[in-house]
Design a protein around this ligand. Structure first.
Ligand SMILES: [Zn+2]
Ligand SMILES: [Zn+2]
Length: 377
């Protein structure tokens, strides 16, 4: 018998004219277990630092403006690990609290629509934006809902339930339909792809210019792949180990450790690492008059010397989230100019997510950095 919910928080988001608001109720499922009474759906819940369970939570119903998505695939990423371990900055800042439901890299099929939602969504395959602004403030109205002070980040911030569950209620206005050419593996890699594509745009490379990517994790490798697809010469810097060899299989022109990096002029450097030292190295290595892009977040303050920024006339770009990159990522995956599927090392069920977040790799995992979850498994 599968675990039964014990007072698990469930967000019931409602769409209003001003955007999305969530309220929270707790539900005590009767004993009897999942599936016997149709009480709820299975979801992965982090109950405290390093503690998790697969619980039965209330079956989501679509509020006005929402759909319910039957989730098919979810990616696990470093943000999820930080929320699981308790290291994520949103926890002490009060933007996130336990219990929480993770999952922001997802795809699935719409199985129900609420009032005011086009019924044509029923049966459509989709993914969605992680960043849900209030819709009312100057930032939202000015086209920057991803930095709205009141925003939800799905599965991360504000208690909006994530997609590591059999179903997810989600605002229709934040959906992105997926064409058939984007299967469920690629569909759950749209969200990290959107972040990476924004980073490549921030680098503002001209054709055949040279890019250096610091950190060969999922985001760094996607940055490399998008830049390769647009004709850049791409180099990757990482720690010694198999990740550099894996980067080479993706077609990068060079994959280096710090000691072996050739002295080449780099037209842009993207820091996709979590190292506190690499942002400053990015500024050291970039050509004067060019660009550094920061998308990685270190666990401690990672400082750059603004004198170097000024005296090299370098433009620094910070990237938060995928929003403006989602549509372009879907187009590139669908066209086949970027194939993200080799990044996925393994696919597990909800019951193994806690182990994955604690660092476990399933036996037989491939060389890629990403673990996917099939909540139906
Ligand atoms: Zn992520
Ligand atoms: Zn707002």
């Amino acid at each position: 018998m599968l675990p039964v919910a014990r007072r698990t928080a469930e967000g019931l988001a409602t769409a209003s004219g001003r955007g999305v608001r969530a309220t929270y109720v707790t539900l005590q499922c009767d004993s009897g277990g999942y599936g016997e009474r149709g009480c709820g759906v299975r979801a992965f819940v982090v109950t405290g630092p390093g503690r998790s369970e697969v619980a039965e939570v209330p079956r989501p119903a679509p509020a006005p403006g929402q759909v319910v998505v039957d989730i098919e695939r979810v990616g696990v990423c470093g943000t999820d690990v930080e929320l699981f371990t308790g290291d994520m900055a949103y926890l002490p800042q009060g933007h996130a609290a336990y219990p929480m439901r993770l999952g922001h890299e997802w795809c699935g099929t719409v199985s129900a629509v609420g009032d005011g939602v086009d019924p044509a969504w029923l049966g459509r395959r989709t993914t969605g934006d992680t960043m849900l602004g209030c819709g009312a403030c100057d930032r939202c109205r000015g086209g920057r809902p991803h930095v709205c002070e009141e925003r939800f980040e799905v599965g991360i911030r504000g208690g909006f339930p994530g997609a590591l569950a059999e179903q997810l209620a989600f605002p229709a206005t934040a959906l992105h339909p997926l064409p058939d050419a984007v299967d469920e593996v690629a569909g759950a890699l749209i969200e990290p792809g959107g972040s990476a594509l924004r980073a490549v745009a921030g680098a503002a490379l001209r054709p055949a210019e040279r890019l250096l990517v610091l950190g060969p994790g999922t985001i760094g490798l996607l940055v490399a792949m998008f830049a390769l697809a647009q004709g850049a010469e791409v180099h990757v810097l990482g720690l010694p180990g198999p990740s550099l060899g894996f980067a080479r299989t993706l077609g990068v022109h060079g994959a280096w450790t710090a000691g072996g990096l050739p002295r080449l002029p780099f037209d842009a450097v993207v820091d996709a690492s979590t190292s506190r030292d690499l942002p400053a190295l990015a500024l050291d290595l970039v050509e004067p008059g060019k660009r550094v892009v920061f998308i990685g977040v270190a666990g401690r303050p990672s400082l750059i010397d603004t004198r170097a920024l000024v005296l090299k006339d370098v433009t620094a770009v910070g990237i938060l989230g995928a929003s403006a990159g989602l549509a372009g990522t879907i187009d590139r995956y669908a066209a086949g100019s970027v194939n993200p599927r080799p990044l996925v090392a393994a696919t597990v069920g909800l019951g193994q997510v806690g182990d994955v977040l604690a660092g476990w790799r399933p036996p037989g995992s491939g060389p890629g950095p990403k673990v996917h979850v099939d909540p139906r498994a």
